[in-house]
Ligand binder design. Structure first.
Ligand code: C2E
Ligand code: MG
Ligand code: MG
Length: 747
């Protein structure tokens, strides 16, 4: 059985039983009841009473006049009339609501009418039963009797109508009938008892009052009713207003809560955003800090960071805390050549490979940094002796010297390392780095690869730095001057020319050797303006001395040209200018270029030498034998003469021992069709050997030391034969030997 079926079955059963009650009531209705009084009561009950109900504010209790009418009918016209009135009232009421648009479920209207008829019918029955047990007096209008009667009626009516309603409600909503009764039934009890009370009052009035009193009571009742209704309406309105205000307040609070929640969400969001921004800021701060302290290419600590680390070590050393540490200064070999010839991308990769090699070789306590360019620095911590530091340096030196491949190129590099022990007397990181750098320079110059710092090195370095700073002012201070050393024909002892040699007489330091300041001039680039000055000076000087020439070809002056100057095309221009200014024929100027300088940057050297040759000047290769000439390359260079390095002349013994190299060089020069000059001839035996080997020309202290222009000019006036021993000539009347003696006094 479905719920709906049960429900409908119940409704129809009640409707049917109600119908039976109605039928029975109609059949047993006393015809005397049908009167104008009953008519008025009927119409009032059906048309007006339902509209007069009063709902008590904030409760389900309804004061229903319809119930009063039913009870009143009961009292006035009997139970049958009450059943009819109750059914009619319910029907009218339902129709009225239907007319107002209320939808009734199936059989509900019939059930409602049936319920009223049945409940009233049962009440009538209960009343009849009660009459058997309760003895009523003859005055049916006596108050106690009315109260008792109405109480029985109201109670019975309440019990049965609430019972039927509760059962209906429990079936409909699937709750127990008891629960349904509690919820719905109890509220209608008041309706019944209040209705019964009202009916009692009206009954009393109708029985005991005259018409005027009834009319007055009626009017008073109407006034009271409307007043009461008005009060209730106002109460209801104000309650509704209060409720509305309550609802509005709740709604406002709800909205406020939503607003607060939204605000809280927004706040949480903005806090999160702020936290995110803070994180991003901290991240970028960290990245910025990292970038500020690290080299972007190799990711190694940079100079600033390294400086800080060294500063801490110095502080520890001052407190006597740290075990011995060493600072290594490292400079890559040939890095500039790699960068220039293979490009900067390869150069960068070389730096990265080298950095990795450094890092892999060090212990966790050591640190490596890139100071800039191809310079690196290392901190070695906790070593017990200088030997150990040197050992590590050598290991690094060997590792870096191992060639490696990069983009199909075989890379050969190396590293010069300077070592400085960290001592407590250092004040700043720059000081110890400078000392390690000085040691590195020493390693570079000596070609030793690794060098330890010592105080002499620093003094030497400071002296060099002083020279470096003072050299640019040397020309204008007139501290530079030229010395000239004769070049002599070994065949006939005649003067063929001079080598011009630069001298620096420092206003404070005195005479400074070219071996000391020429490398500085070359490193700083000062050699170029200085050579321009030399070319001007010497060309002018030789032009003046041409009158002392023994041969028609005239005298030749040899000017040393540094490798640095040779690598610029400006040299050709500088030579041209000097020749033009002095009026010296180009063939009277010889440019001496050391073998090692000539071998560097071969292609460009050939071009510049060819341009110089086209000017008509002569070219000589200096210090031959000290470099590593490729013979095929040498063959292509347009040199006129070859100057044998002093060391080969020196090493020949008194009786011509170890003269094979000299012989080889002389034959090589002849084969290359070059003239040969031997420099550094100090003894007659050396002279004799060179003569025997067929050397064309000679230069050395044996013939003359380099002299300033004035003493040299004096010599030129006096000498025509420049070798020590006079020729075996009968016509010689001893003038040569006298001249030689004079010269000896000067040299
Ligand atoms: P160098 O061009 O080979 O010059 C010859 C050097 O040998 C000179 O040294 C000269 O004084 C020295 N000398 C000559 N005969 C003898 C001798 O019999 N015994 C000994 N022991 N030495 C002798 P100096 O003048 O000290 O010049 C040294 C080097 O400095 C030169 O070697 C040259 O490379 C460079 N130099 C000198 N003047 C100039 C210059 O004007 N320009 C450039 N670029 N370099 C120069
Ligand atoms: Mg020379
Ligand atoms: Mg030389």
């Amino acid at each position: 059985m479905t719920r709906e079926f049960t429900n409908n079955f119940y409704k129809l059963s009640i409707a049917l039983l109600g119908g039976v009650c109605l039928l029975a009531a109609s059949l047993h209705l006393d015809p005397a009841v049908i009167s104008w009084k009953f008519g008025i009561l009927f119409l009032f009950t059906v048309l007006i009473a339902p509209r007069l109900s009063l709902t008590l504010p904030r409760s389900k209790f309804i004061l229903n006049f319809s119930d009063s009418m039913v009870f009143l009918t009961f009292l006035l016209f009997g139970g049958e009339a009450a059943i009819l009135i109750a059914a009619a009232e319910m029907l009218a009421n339902c129709l009225y609501f239907k007319f107002r648009g209320v939808e009734f479920a199936r059989f509900t209207l019939a059930f409602n009418v049936g319920t009223m008829a049945l409940a009233t019918g049962i009440t009538y029955f209960v009343w009849n039963v009660a009459k058997l047990f309760i003895k009523f007096g003859p005055d049916s209008a006596a108050t106690t009797q009315i109260i008792t009667k109405l109480a029985i009626l109201a109670f019975s009516q309440f019990v049965f109508s609430s019972l039927f309603a509760s059962v209906y409600y429990s079936l409909k909503n699937r709750v127990s009938p008891w629960q349904a009764w509690k919820k719905e039934g109890f509220s209608i009890s008041v309706t019944h008892f209040a209705g019964a009370g009202l009916a009692g009052i009206v009954f009393k009035l109708l029985n005991y009052a005259d018409t005027y009193s009834i009319v007055i009571s009626l009017i008073a009742s109407i006034v009271i009713y409307y007043n009461y209704r008005q009060i209730i309406s106002e109460m209801t309105t104000s309650i509704e207003q209060a409720e509305q205000a309550e609802r509005d307040k709740t709604e406002a609070e709800r909205e406020k809560r939503i607003e607060i929640e939204k605000y809280a969400d927004e706040l949480a969001l903005s806090l999160k955003k702020e936290a995110d921004t803070g994180n991003a800021l901290r991240k970028s701060q960290r990245a910025f800090q990292h970038a500020a302290l690290h080299d972007s290419l190799t990711k190694l600590p940079n100079r600033a960071y390294f400086g800080e680390l060294v500063r801490e070590l110095i502080a520890e050393a001052k407190k006597g805390e740290n075990p011995k540490s060493y600072i290594l200064f490292l400079d890559l070999v040939r890095f500039k050549t790699i960068n220039d010839s293979l490009g900067h991308t390869i150069g960068d990769k070389v730096l990265m490979v080298v950095s990795k090699r450094f890092s892999r070789m060090l212990r966790a306590t050591d640190r490596v940094a890139r100071l800039g360019g191809d310079e690196f620095a290392i901190i070695l911590r906790g070593l017990s002796s200088d030997d150990k530091a040197e050992k590590v340096a050598w290991k690094i030196h060997q590792k870096i010297a191992q060639p490696f491949s990069l983009s199909k190129n075989r890379i050969y590099t190396g590293v010069n390392i300077g070592i400085a022990p960290l001592a407590a007397d250092y004040e700043t990181p720059e000081e110890i780095l400078r000392d390690a750098d000085i040691a590195m320079h020493d390693a570079k110059v000596k070609g030793s690869g690794v060098a330890f710092f010592n105080r002499e090195l620093r003094e030497k370095f400071i002296a060099q730095a002083t020279l470096e700073a003072e050299l640019p002012f040397a020309i204008e201070r007139r501290e530079l001057s030229m010395h000239y050393q004769p070049l002599v024909s070994l065949r006939d002892g005649s003067l063929v020319g001079f080598e011009a040699l630069l001298r620096w007489n420092h206003h404070r330091l005195g005479f400074i050797s070219p071996a000391e300041f020429i490398p500085i001039a070359e490193n700083t680039g000062q050699i170029i303006p200085i050579t321009k000055w030399i070319l001007g000076e010497t060309c002018q000087q030789l032009e003046k001395w041409q009158k002392f020439a023994a041969h028609p070809d005239g005298l030749v002056v040899s000017v040393n040209i540094s490798g640095k100057h040779l690598s610029t095309f400006g040299l050709v221009e500088d030579v041209k200018k000097a020749l033009k200014k002095s009026g010296l024929p180009p063939s009277a100027l010889k440019l001496e270029i050391t073998e090692s300088a000539a071998m560097e940057n071969a292609v460009q050297t050939i071009q510049i030498l060819t341009s110089l040759k086209e000017l008509g000047v002569q070219l000589s290769i200096d210090d031959f034998g000290t470099g590593y000439s490729s013979l095929s390359y040498l063959h292509r260079l347009p040199f006129d003469t070859l100057k044998i390095d002093r060391s080969f002349v020196n090493s020949v013994g008194e009786n011509g021992e170890d003269s094979e190299i000299l012989q080889t060089i002389i034959s090589l020069a002849k084969n290359l069709r070059m003239g040969v000059i031997a420099e550094g001839i100090e003894t007659e035996s050396q002279l004799g050997i060179l003569k025997n080997l067929g050397c064309d020309y000679g230069q050395g202290y044996l013939m003359s030391r380099p002299l300033p222009k004035d003493p040299m000019e004096e010599l030129l006036h006096k000498k025509t034969y420049w070798l020590p021993a006079p020729p075996e000539d009968e016509n010689n009347d001893g003038r040569e030997s006298r001249r030689r003696d004079k010269t000896a006094a000067l040299v």
